[in-house]
Design a protein around this ligand. Sequence first.
Ligand code: ATP
Ligand code: MG
Length: 582
Amino acid sequence: MSAISAETLNLPLCPEIGNRAVEAIHAAYDRYQRGFEEITQRARERFERRDWLGAQADATERLALYRIHVDGAVADVHDILQDAVMERTLWAAMRARHEVGARCRPDAELAQTFFNSVTRRVFSTVGVDSAIEYLEPTDPPIEPGGPPLLDRDVVDAVDAALVRRILDRFAWSVPYASPERDAAAVARIIGETLDSMPARGPLTVDVVRPVFYRNKGAYVVGRLRRGGMTLPLVLPLLNSERGIVVDAVLLTPNEASIVFGFSWSYFRVDVTRPRELVDFLSSIMPLKRIDELYNGIGYNKHGKTELFRSLMTYLRYPDARFAFAEGDEGMVMAVFTLPAFNLVFKIIKDSFGAPKNTTRQAVMDKYHFVFVRDRVGRLADAQEFEHLEFPRRCFPEELLSYLVSVAGKTVRVEGDRVIVRHVYTERRVTPLNLYLREADPAAAREAVIEYGNAIKDLAAADIFTGDMLLKNFGVTRNGRVICYDYDELCLLSECRFRRIPPPTTYEDELAAEPWFSVAENDVFPEEFHAFLVPPGELRDAFLHAHGDLLDLAFWHGVQQRLATGEVVDVFPYRRSALLRRN
Ligand SMILES: Nc1ncnc2c1ncn2[C@@H]1O[C@H](COP(=O)(O)OP(=O)(O)OP(=O)(O)O)[C@@H](O)[C@H]1O
Ligand SMILES: [Mg+2]
């Protein structure tokens, strides 16, 4: 521990109860971090034992931890501070005192976010309260400590022996299936890529020591640097029946970005200094925002802090303006965007038009359902914010009056501020209906096939999107199709897929309403064609690839597979033919 103290830093004096409350917040954070580590460290064994259900349960359990420990800290500070719990001067002194402890931690920024979560809960802070919260990014920890993040080799070229050495650093309890063959193939792919690049001279190969785990995959992550050039090096590993195999070699920022994309669940990676890891990841994926990288390694609460900070910095520009999101207006959500910032804001409307018969709570439950589930690369990650405050000048009048009229319970204007009580943020994608209108025929064909792939990937992960309309799906920068509308999402295993019963009378046939009873969870795949792709060449292409989606047998087949407990993996990369054996 460092020798600095509140006295040497000349901080406001914190009364004894304040010190105790700060200790309690630090202790709650420690418990959170220990719990987080414990679950994260299990990932390796889950992978080695091919315990996929266990891995899924861990992922869900880890997402619940933050809330549990913030709740604990809030209860503790109430107990300690009693009547003084709402005294802001006391909290200002506590924050200064807290900082002394936080700055000695290798994960100072996360501890500070945790403190903010506690004060925000105690005060139900609207906007931010600079006196009692951390606003600015923190200085690096005083004593970083811990093992180095990377292993580094400086070589003339990558050969099989080097790849073998890299693979052997990870001492799995399961052997590699064919390490010689994999090492040779990986070295060959890397060599070919490097040869095609202009840079020459010594090559620095950095490989991150902790492994990234998600679903059935373990990812070795590194980078190659030569001259001024930097390439990511991502090796997805699978634990096959025959042992561990390298499944692909990813060497472009785009491929790495998809692996770390916002539509997959968070990685489990055991890291002491998260900021250092995030900086490393940023060096290989320069287009990814820092908040997305924190989210990607499971620190989504701190991701929110980072996002909020960059948002506020951006909104200081005199020209910063929100705008209506492009596309069809939602019946449940009022959606707006910041054109220069790849983000949409989704606010639950006060009331929903027919035929929606859902409730605000039910919509929030669906978003939570998506948050804790495996999103299999097909559902956008949504971050939930409360009590945000924006400068009013950033809203065009038309947008503001729209928001107040459809969501007045959530959005209110106070002087020059707009206060948003509850909002989800998501990465902005191009709504598929708009994309198809503008894309050239080949790209449009690819997108509708991707749309079918998305429906199938989700089905395999026990998710039925309900609303399969094109307007509820979007195309990412990398051309992947994902779903972003969750209010009709449900477990596929709980749906009843049925054939439409034949009409028994002539009146049945003419009736506008169904002549048979339809339960809440009934689904009629025969009817899908009416919603799906527009008629013509695109529909032909879609049906050619995904005609089975209209077939009852497809859905029953998926349900049967789900019933056996099979965990289907979806790969966030093109599996390398060179490395694949089956
Ligand atoms: N992540 C996103 N990126 C880009 N646009 C989006 C995104 N999320 C929503 N939108 C836009 O906002 C509209 C409404 O969003 P969404 O579909 O989530 O709301 P909804 O009210 O649930 O819709 P519905 O009435 O279909 O149930 C979409 O049709 C789309 O045009
Ligand atoms: Mg929609």
